[in-house]
Ligand binder design. Sequence first.
Ligand SMILES: Cc1cc2nc3c(=O)[nH]c(=O)nc-3n(C[C@H](O)[C@H](O)[C@H](O)COP(=O)(O)OP(=O)(O)OC[C@H]3O[C@@H](n4cnc5c(N)ncnc54)[C@H](O)[C@@H]3O)c2cc1C
Length: 500
Amino acid sequence: MTDHAVIIAGGGPSGLMLAGELALAGVDVAIVERRPSQDVAGSRAGGLHARTLEVFDQRGIADRFLAEGKKAQAIGFAGVHFDLSGFPTRHPYSLGLRQNHIERILAGWVDELEVPIYRGIVVTGFAQDDTGADVELSDGRSLRAQYLVGCDGGRSLVRKAAGIAFPGSDPTTSNLIAEAELAETPPQWGIRRDALGIHALGRVEYEIRNGEIVYADHGPVGVLVTEQHVGQTAEPTLSDLSAALIAVYGTDYGIHSPTSISRFTDAARQAASYRKGRALLAGDAAHVHPPDGGQGLQTGVQDAVNLGWKLAQVVKGMSPDSLLDTYHAERHPIGAHVLRNTMASIVLRREDERTKALRDMMAELLGMDEPRRRFAAMMSGLDIHYDLGEGHPLLGRRMPDLDLVTESGPLRVFSLLHAARPVLLNLGEPGAFDILPWADRVELVEAKYAGPWELPALGTVTAPTAVLVRPDGYVAWVGDPTQPGLTDALTTWFGPPPAA
Ligand SMILES: Cc1cc2nc3c(=O)[nH]c(=O)nc-3n(C[C@H](O)[C@H](O)[C@H](O)COP(=O)(O)OP(=O)(O)OC[C@H]3O[C@@H](n4cnc5c(N)ncnc54)[C@H](O)[C@@H]3O)c2cc1C
């Protein structure tokens, strides 16, 4: 007997998203979270990029974030900003919204889905066997689950206890990030770069006016300062912060009353495997990298959306356990790409003459249409392509949110994904497909679409007759009724048909 089918260690953005996905699929899932409340101490993510907004839109919850955030063109690489305005997505922008708000909204959704959260409790260890895992908790209890997912951040206990290696590169820079009061007003707000690295001072409260960030003129101050030395392991203190400010600005501006001080580095590490038996990893537990490009939270949420439906099908006995291996196969390369671009960003941040020359040349390259579109698609997550073999360019890519016409009226593709169920979308001759054996799990939708098929970075592609869309919004098969492969794709992704 299990206490829950799935236990998630950690209720940050990745854990919350995964819990929502599993709950939508009707799986008994619970979160164990160290923090007594959802409050996030200090500054972390500052917003959502286009693909993450699309992912939320696929579940019908994008409006909750849009109602609170501020739209901005906030994607960039190597100091070059990209404008997504012409991109073929319903969300051609980023959304400025701090992580504490993102988590609050996600937690509200998970609460509506009635996922239990064991708050103020830490997962202290686990032991797995052939049928499940016994998860030890800090209150002395042990919970049994079929699967345990570590969404427990960069220092993941689950990853360590599972014996999953975390190879990568050691830090070369160390930064302090804090929120505090300043007794004196700095002569200049904003970003400062020098040979040591990047530093910034700005009011915590801000508005976006005409796409530009406008900081409040009073209130607490957000501080980012590069430290002179790498390798400090103790928790940072106010005197560390003060010393780091003096080293850079010549003064600490009378900094006092910090509400948070934390340290982050440019270490870049990735779990060698996202799965070991009945333990899986998602989010920062699976990959850590510098915050350049604001990709950590996005990648974690999207890990969760890739894993959720697969884990649900396995738990419900619809698909074999081997479906879970596709989670590592698909998401590990995506994480590796994020590590790669953040490591490149770090190098390009340096202020010496040679790096400046390289940055200028990158800027020249990124001024060209094709490289600019490709990098903008990469940094916004819209270029994600899972390797599902040769075929139509849509295969393994995100299904665009097209405006369809059906017998019962207009319909957006993403609205078909709200319940996190797969869809076979027939845009050709009505009634040409028979997927009766999968009728309990795959929705067949007959529709018409006369507009263009345009993919970010790739441009226009040939209009398909039919597409099989997975619950995560990626296309699993493209074809027409005469083409083979649909039965295989249905079986691979959604399990063999139930025995008659
Ligand atoms: C300065 C900074 C700026 C950033 N800016 C951006 C940005 O602009 N955009 C972006 O996308 N990302 C950004 N990030 C990264 C982003 O904050 C993380 O990638 C994101 O929080 C990862 O989410 P997660 O749920 O995987 O892990 P976490 O947010 O770390 O959540 C892990 C959760 O697990 C809990 N936990 C840990 N161990 C246990 C345990 N043993 N038992 C129970 N609970 C446990 C923790 O309390 C926590 O709630 C930034 C990070 C930093 C440091």
